[in-house]
Design a protein around this ligand. Structure first.
Ligand code: PLP
Length: 466
């Protein structure tokens, strides 16, 4: 009993600890309450240990150790929740890991315009109010061949705005084979409902003919024909769907616009890399009146919904009340401006847009990088065995579900640690590494390692100690 009392009396005091010079830096740069609470919490832990009557914790009599623990807590409490990770999964547009990474060039432009005042809605030429849509519209039109364009928050918002603006209170004809769910509660029938448009389903899950659309058209009720790209699944076997240009011909006959929700906004031609996704240019050529796609899928930019098409429709959307609800901010517009500017030169785009660069990386380069990763890990650690293996990479982000990309991985195993332990260790390291377990080994796919990731991966692995 007396022991306890004495120990409690000898316990560190908050105010006194806060004066320690090892905390000066933290007090200067972090919220004072965070530093003070961390000290309090560590003292609280010691007090509970004393009261429980168990073996006194070493930090009780070791001030340096105690301060180390305080600092650890401060660091943990002040680490941001949204942070950089290393994607070693080989899935390029990894939805859980932020879909497409944005290029450094684009982010430099963002920081330039977002950290200061900008021309967001200001017309420098005339010294008057301008429109935020103007910054990217002409670049998007140049890259896609469209007449007009606008940008909203994401493709879900784009779908909502397009349908509200073009079909409120009237019918939109869609094939039953295209009533997609994209995940995270984006379902075409629900969005349709929410927009006030009436879904007119035609055909069956596996087959829809042009005659199905024809029969569904009602001169009084029909507002548009819509095609949705089934980006995250494929129906194979006994199937048939109507091509965009056939739909366009039908639409023309009845003076109905054709809307195409394509999801991923592929501008480059990736057939060479065995990615057979429709491109925005294909959609334009087929004559779709309005096309919508995401900014952070195969386009390789920031989260956004991009709507292109006939000027009359786009102008009406810009004035629609929902436009304000789903509008994008200056950061997105700045990043998109850089991305679309890059697309004027496809060769250069493939070098500067991270998603394209990763998707178009050659097998030889991937093999060479996997070998390099293997030898660097071998030099840095004798706790793991590494070999290089061919692997399958994926586009991801609900795009091109059947595209198998040939990749390479550095594959780790160890007689000292279990695979689960290593996976967790890498995931919990200073820069978390998200890897893939297969055949009871850790697979580090090199396709999705960005600049600097290789070095950081090696140093994380080198810390694996017994
Ligand atoms: C991904 C996708 C969407 C949703 O796009 P977000 O940008 O995630 O809102 C909508 N439609 C299709 C066909 C898609 O592939």
């Amino acid at each position: 009993m007396n022991d306890k009392k004495e120990s409690l009396r000898a316990l560190y005091k908050v105010d006194e600890v806060l004066q320690d010079e090892c905390l000066i830096f933290f007090k200067k740069h972090l919220p004072y309450s965070l530093v003070a609470d961390s000290v309090r919490e560590e003292i609280h832990i010691l007090r509970n240990a004393i009261l429980s009557g168990k073996e006194p914790p070493p930090a009780l009599n070791d001030r340096k150790l105690f301060l180390d623990q305080v600092i650890k807590r401060i660091q943990a409490e002040s680490a941001p929740s949204l942070r950089r990770v290393i994607n070693a999964t080989g899935t390029v547009l990894h939805t859980n890991l932020g879909r497409s990474p944005i290029s450094r060039e684009a982010m430099e432009h963002v920081s330039e315009t977002a950290c200061s005042y900008s021309t967001l809605e200001y017309d420098l030429e005339n010294g008057k109010r301008g429109s935020r849509h103007d910054h990217v519209e002409s670049l998007i039109c140049k890259a896609t061949g469209a007449e007009a364009a606008m940008v909203v928050n994401n493709n879900a918002a784009a779908t909502m705005l397009v349908l509200s603006s073009m079909a409120h209170g009237r019918e939109v004809v869609v094939s039953r084979g295209e009533l997609v769910e994209i995940g995270g509660s984006f379902r075409i029938p629900d969005i349709m409902n929410l927009s006030g448009a009436v879904l007119k389903e035609v055909g069956t899950t596996n087959k829809t003919h042009i005659s199905d659309y024809l029969r569904a058209i009602d001169p009084e009720q029909t507002a548009a024909l819509m095609k949705v790209h089934t980006s995250n699944y494929r129906i194979i076997g006994f199937t048939e769907d109507v091509q965009l240009w056939d739909l366009k011909k039908l639409g023309e006959k009845f003076s109905l616009p054709v809307i195409y929700d394509m999801g991923n906004g592929l501008l480059a031609d990736l057939k060479k890399y065995r990615i057979f996704e429709p491109t925005v240019l294909d959609a334009q050529k087929a004559g779709a009146d309005v096309v919508l796609f995401s900014g952070d899928k195969l386009l390789g930019g920031p989260q956004a919904g991009i709507i292109i098409g006939k000027k009359t429709y786009i102008e009406a959307m810009k004035c629609h009340p929902l436009a304000r609800v789903v509008r994008v901010d200056k950061m997105t517009l700045s990043a998109l401006e850089t991305v679309f500017f890059a697309y004027q030169d496809m060769e250069k785009a493939a070098q500067t847009i991270p998603a394209l660069k990763m998707l178009s990386c050659s097998k030889e380069t991937l093999l060479q990088r996997a070998n390099q990763l293997k030898s660097s890990i071998e030099q840095a650690s004798d706790m793991v065995q590494v070999c290089v293996q061919p692997c399958e990479d994926f586009v991801g982000g609900g795009s091109a579900p059947d595209a198998r990309l040939e990749g390479y991985a550095a594959v780790l195993h160890s007689d000292k640690f279990t695979t689960e332990y290593m996976e967790r260790f890498l995931r919990k390291s200073k820069i978390p590494i998200i890897s893939h377990i297969n055949q009871d080994k850790i697979w580090l796919h090199v396709r999705t390692l960005l600049e600097g990731d290789m070095e950081d991966t090696v140093s994380a692995v080198s810390l694996l100690k017994g």
